[in-house]
Design a protein around this ligand. Structure first.
Ligand SMILES: [Mg+2]
Length: 89
């Protein structure tokens, strides 16, 4: 599905769309942090960023790279948390 959408609209417009969606997400985060309102909008903008990101990843055929990078970063963060716990003891 993601590849069909980016084939229709093209890479450059979807990269610009990703900038737009990232900006909307930043605004939604700030609104939620400052006012405590806009929970549904926060979720919607996260979905938008994921959807357009998925299109860019499909265009470059880099799903495996992204999967591995996410795994690496998750593991690195978990190790960092463990190192912080050890410092406390
Ligand atoms: Mg949006």
């Amino acid at each position: 599905m993601a590849i069909r959408i980016i084939k229709h609209f093209g890479l450059k417009p979807q990269l610009l769309k990703l900038i737009e969606e990232c900006f909307e997400l930043i605004i939604a985060i700030l609104r939620y942090l400052i006012t405590g309102k806009g929970y549904a909008n926060l979720l919607e903008e996260m979905a938008d960023v994921q959807l357009v990101s998925d299109q860019i990843i499909a265009h470059f055929n880099e799903s495996e790279y992204i999967y591995n990078m996410k795994h690496y970063k998750k593991e690195r963060t978990l190790k960092y948390i463990e190192s912080l716990k050890k410092q406390k003891t």
